[in-house]
Design a protein around this ligand. Structure first.
Ligand code: NDP
Length: 313
């Protein structure tokens, strides 16, 4: 390692709930953490509106404000929060070489990966326009706002079915829009959806456009078999066509499942490389909640601290 390169005790990649919580714990343990915020500082919560299920905010809070609070708390204990996108890592030896913005190389004695996952979107302009105003990719986060209304969920996998079922308890009617004539979801999930009276499956259909004024009032659908177009009157439009973990950077170096989620040891955030920990949505395809991400960020910092101390023994 070149003498004049910066050496960081605990480097955290990603600035969502997992990354910031790891930073709060690491800073308080004197690990002098450095965070590289990535492309979307604050993570997925910065693209949601109100968060009402994070404990400690009895009146709810706007997602961007909550992440601002996380950032301030991490800073208060001395976290060095930096702009920058990690573009390469070399985990073959310690300290780990981390390249930021293609050119700046730093070296990390321990690494916490909290790069999260991104919801897959359909790619419609109107979907972007109404994001947070009727369009959402998270029923658990936003379902509450659609009490007694008509909503649609797009997708045919377990997530779509789970979201449709969750929404069926709040909304008046849930349309599940799927592009084929059979669901991809597990049989158990399919049964659950089929036997819920206020869920209607719209088969062989894809949304062409989300329509509305300030908020969503409908969606234009196309039947892929007949080519026929129709308008569905809805107030909420949930996209559930899968998530993509942001793990491309680690391919070939860290163990991941077929979808790209990093694999950690049971009850731990430890990856297959000692000193490298993974927290939050990058390693969790099941819960994907801010509070669970924060919990695993805390675990990662405690494990990094124990790992670094064990090297000194
Ligand atoms: P999946 O990849 O399983 O399903 C995605 C769905 O979206 C598919 O039905 C797919 O259609 C559809 N889709 C993809 N792209 C488009 C598009 N551009 N336009 C329209 N539709 C599209 O993702 P999930 O998030 O549902 O699940 C991911 C993993 O997590 C799975 O292994 C799942 O089993 C697991 N999971 C398990 C849960 C549980 O056990 N409780 C809950 C949630 C997820 P098509 O079928 O035609 O490809």
């Amino acid at each position: 390692m070149s003498e004049n390169k910066e050496r960081i005790k605990c480097l955290i990649i990603g600035s969502g709930p997992a990354g910031y919580t790891a930073a709060i714990y690491a800073a308080r343990a004197d690990l002098h953490p450095v965070i590289y915020q990535g492309l979307q500082p604050g993570g997925q919560l910065t693209i949601t509106t109100e968060v009402e299920n994070y404990p400690g905010y009895p009146e709810g809070i706007q997602g961007p404000q909550m992440m601002e609070d996380f950032r301030k708390q991490a800073e208060r204990f001395g976290t060095d929060i930096r702009w920058g996108l990690v573009t390469a890592v070399d985990l073959s030896q310690r300290p780990f070489k981390v390249t930021v913005d293609e050119s700046n190389e730093v070296f990390a004695e321990s690494l916490i990966i909290a790069t999260g996952a991104s919801a897959r979107w359909l790619g419609l302009e109107s979907e972007k326009k109404f994001n947070g105003f009727g369009v959402s990719a998270c029923a658990t986060c936003d379902g509450f706002f659609y009490r007694g209304m008509n909503v649609a969920v797009v997708g045919g996998g377990d997530t779509a079915c789970e979201e449709a079922h969750y929404l069926s308890k709040l909304a008046k009617k849930v349309y599940l829009i799927h592009r084929r004539d059979e669901l991809r979801a597990s049989k158990a999930m399919q049964h659950r959806v089929m036997k819920t009276p206020n869920i209607e499956i719209i088969w062989d259909s894809v949304p062409l456009e989300v329509v509305g004024d300030k908020t969503v009032t409908g969606a234009i659908l196309k039947n892929v078999k007949t080519g026929q177009e129709s308008k569905l009157d809805i107030e909420g439009f949930f996209v559930a066509i899968g998530h993509k973990p942001n793990s491309d950077l680690f391919k070939g170096q860290l163990e991941m499942d077929e979808t790209g989620y990093l694999i950690t040891k049971p009850d731990s955030t430890q990856t297959n490389i000692p000193g490298v920990f993974a927290a939050g949505d990058i390693q969790d395809h099941v819960f994907r909640q801010a509070v669970t991400a924060a919990g695993s960020g805390c675990m990662a910092a405690i494990e990094a601290e124990r790992y670094l101390s064990s090297l000194e023994d």
